[in-house]
Design a protein. Structure first.
Length: 373
């Protein structure tokens, strides 16, 4: 009996170790796998290999081959559904047929097909993030207990396995499947935390726009490719007056609205970020020329002017507006130079009366001029 317990302990340890190594290999090789076909092939191949490894050196009682093969097959069926279960079962089922023996049919039915059926019945079909979300471990363990109860009664009634062996298998299998769920949840929780930290390290928490670090990192790479672009700096006019009149909460709401207008006003290949305070920065990628870029920049200014902000009628001009400055390059200028030029142009717009666009080195764009397409 002591050897039997040690054997199941080895099976359990192998399942946990290979499960852990599988996750680490996934992180090293598949950083971002979105192809569902490739995902299914890799996962089912891994689970099939894991199950085969467990079956390779079984514990034999009167030609009955015992191991914990049901654990990975139940687990993958519960998490991914019957298709994952059946695909994962191809290698272990084929191996069991190859090994033969008088209890081959029972081995396939009880420890390969039955865990797939029970696991699939409890599989949550509504979830889309089966392998990237968190498992309901309590629900999974209830399903596994149901499976193990059916299997144990069946084995005791129809095979040479006695109740002591069945109970030992039950306990070690339950610990193994519980450990697999803990590993999956732990790895996915860590991955979600990393993504959240990465997201917020590159985002302005108040407007949810990218921050200036993210902007410089991404636009800087494009600058090195000598792509034509325009950098636009924008600053909310008389923002201190708005804050003093309406309070900081309303001021924050204005900044969030401006951020949304900027996002809606640019193309998907362009970049928008919060520069700091009430200042924002945009990058227009690959415009035809400086005139088209200026037209797009001035249209952004007009979109903000035409938006109704709460309490804007109390602003000095009776409307909430932004001033803008733009720097354009057909390639060759550094990002820092362009930001500095756009910033100089922005402050010229401020000096000249606000609510206007200035293009470096000082060309004022008529605020009534129709934006170029």
């Amino acid at each position: 009996m002591g050897y039997l317990l040690f054997f199941f302990l080895e099976n359990m340890a192998m399942i946990i170790a290979l499960m852990y190594l599988g996750f680490k290999a996934k992180d090293a090789v598949f950083h971002n796998w979105t192809d569902p076909v490739r995902q299914r092939i890799v996962i089912t191949a891994f689970i099939g290999f894991l199950t085969f490894s467990i079956m390779y050196h079984p514990y034999i009682i009167e030609e009955m081959r015992l191991d914990l093969r049901e654990v990975p097959l139940f687990f993958i069926s519960y998490v991914g559904g019957w298709q994952y279960g059946l695909l994962s079962a191809i290698l272990p089922a084929g191996f069991r047929v190859y090994m033969g023996g008088p209890t081959m049919g029972y081995g396939i039915l009880q420890s390969i097909l039955l865990p797939i059926i029970i696991g699939s019945l409890f599989h949550d079909r509504k979830r889309k993030d089966h392998f990237n979300g968190l498992l309901n471990i309590r629900k999974m363990m209830v399903a596994f207990v149901i499976y193990e109860t059916i299997k144990s009664v069946w084995m005791i009634a129809a095979t040479p396995v006695n109740s002591m062996v069945a109970i030992a298998m039950f306990i070690f299998a339950a610990v193994a499947v519980f450990s697999m769920a803990l590993i999956l949840n732990g790895e996915n929780r860590s991955a979600m935390l990393r993504k959240e930290l990465e997201f917020y390290s590159n985002r302005d928490p108040m407007t949810q726009l990218p921050n200036i670090r993210y902007f410089k990192n991404n636009v800087g790479k494009l600058v090195d490719e000598n792509i034509p672009m325009a950098i636009i700096m924008l600053d909310v006019d008389y923002f201190k007056i708005y804050n003093d009149t309406h309070g900081h909460q309303k001021g924050d709401a204005v900044l969030r609205s401006v951020a949304q207008i900027l996002t809606d006003s640019v193309r998907k290949e362009d970049y928008v970020a919060r520069y700091g305070g009430e200042e924002f920065i945009c990058c227009i990628m690959a415009p035809k020329d400086s005139e088209q870029a200026a037209g797009m920049a001035d249209q952004i200014r007009k979109n903000i002017q035409e938006f109704h902000f709460e309490g804007e009628e109390q602003q000095p001009e009776g409307v909430l507006t932004v001033s803008a400055g733009m720097s354009y390059t057909s390639g060759g200028a550094s990002l820092e130079e362009m930001i500095e030029e756009a910033d100089q142009s922005l402050y010229q717009s401020k000096r000249e009366g606000r609510n206007r666009l200035t293009v470096f080195p000082g060309v004022m764009v008529d605020s009534k001029e129709k934006a170029l397409s």
